[in-house]
Design a protein around this ligand. Structure first.
Ligand code: F6P
Length: 361
């Protein structure tokens, strides 16, 4: 193994730099291997002069606690669907062959792709075209199959829990229903875990459709017990039973739909029932800033393991955490079934045991 590349695709997540640092150090220390970084996801291959940078000990020094990614990310970087303007008209084109050509020109023995569901799907497609790909599971949503946890999730969970703690005191002072809308797309892990850790009274997640009346039952019951405030953790992907998710922007063949707005819908309903309510949308604060110790630790293990896997030529595979140990599995298996909260799992049962409402009873 003489030369490997690293890219970070999709939205950023805390811990990306920790993976890059561990991969570079392992490649140099253990394999005397040269490492290059590809800027802005797969796009860097289209413009190698600006898009490819050397990654040595110097470049990765000091980046362990830094959020974001030193390589840049592009969540419109799907090579199979790229919007360009041709003859004054916007059209969607497939640039995957150009990207494969660009990758081959770099003479890489392996390409480490740090990404979520979309980026890893593309990685598998490129592997089928002969690119020696290794996947590393990144996302605050924790929704990638085949691994117990993705890096970035723990940091988002801690930020969301801190936000709930802060809302708790002001909710109590003002006797209000405080709604916090959290990220996660179609997976409710951030909301469920932060809701439990931050003492929410109601948790709404995409996996358990809710009814307004059930939420009100909980708020009224608390009110009657003299608990004149309530805390509601609402996943951006939560939906009414028989209803649909709320989007702030529609999707198309290039952009995935942008979720957002359900928190406001819930808060307005509660207010309409005579309970003063406020909504906080935590948004990208969940993705920014320094990773937790857990995420640095996990990201470092993933980065080193990805390089070891590359040395074994374990291509078209993804590193993963299973039973607390790092392992790897075929990429297509990992991305074939996204991970979701199990409504019958112990976390949901525990939440119900301690009186949390999921708005479904
Ligand atoms: O997948 C990570 C995530 O933060 C989701 O939780 C959220 O829905 C989405 O990305 C936001 O994407 P963007 O950064 O494009 O607004």
């Amino acid at each position: 193994m003489k030369r490997i590349g690293i890219l970070t695709g999709g939205g950023d997540a805390p811990g990306l730099n920790a993976v890059i640092r561990a991969a570079v150090k392992t490649a140099i220390n253990e394999y005397k291997c040269e490492v290059i970084g590809i800027r802005d996801g797969y796009d860097g291959f289209l413009d190698p002069k600006n898009g490819i940078i050397p990654l040595g000990m110097e470049e990765v020094s000091g980046i362990l606690p830094r959020g974001g990614t030193i390589l840049g990310a592009a969540n419109r970087g799907n090579p199979y669907a790229r919007k360009v303007v041709r003859d004054g008209k916007e059209v969607t084109i497939d640039v995957s062959d150009e990207i494969v050509k660009g990758i081959k020109e770099q003479g890489l023995d392996a390409l480490l792709v740090l990404g979520g569901d979309g980026t890893l799907h593309i990685a598998h497609e490129l592997a089928l075209k002969g690119v020696p790909i290794i996947g590393v599971p990144k996302t605050i949503d924790n929704d990638i199959g085949g691994t117990e946890i993705t890096f970035g999730f723990d940091t988002a969970l801690n930020i969301a829990t801190d936000a709930l703690d802060r809302l708790h005191t002001t909710a109590e002072s003002h006797h209000r229903a405080m709604v916090i809308e959290l990220m996660g797309r179609d997976a409710g892990f951030i909301t469920l875990n932060a809701g439990i850790s931050g003492g929410a009274d109601v948790i709404l997640i995409p996996e358990i459709p809710f009814k307004f009346e059930s939420i009100m039952k909980k708020i009224r019951a608390r009110n009657e017990q003299g608990r004149k405030f309530s805390l509601l953790a609402v996943s951006e992907g939560a939906k009414l039973a028989g209803g649909v998710q709320v989007y702030s922007r529609k999707g198309d063949e290039v952009y995935v739909p942008r979720l957002g707005g359900i928190g406001q819908v819930v808060a307005e309903y509660i207010e309409g029932q005579g309970f003063e309510s406020r909504v906080t949308v935590l948004g990208h604060l969940q993705r920014g800033g320094t990773p937790t110790a857990f995420d640095r630790w996990l990201a470092t293990r993933y980065g080193a393991a990805a390089v070891r896997l590359a040395a074994r030529k374990g291509f078209d595979r993804m590193v993963a955490l299973q039973c607390g140990e790092i392992t790897d599995l075929p990429l297509d298996k990992a991305v074939s079934a996204p991970k979701r909260v199990n409504p019958q799992g112990d976390a949901v049962i525990t939440a119900r045991n301690i009186g949390i409402s999921f708005g479904d009873e």
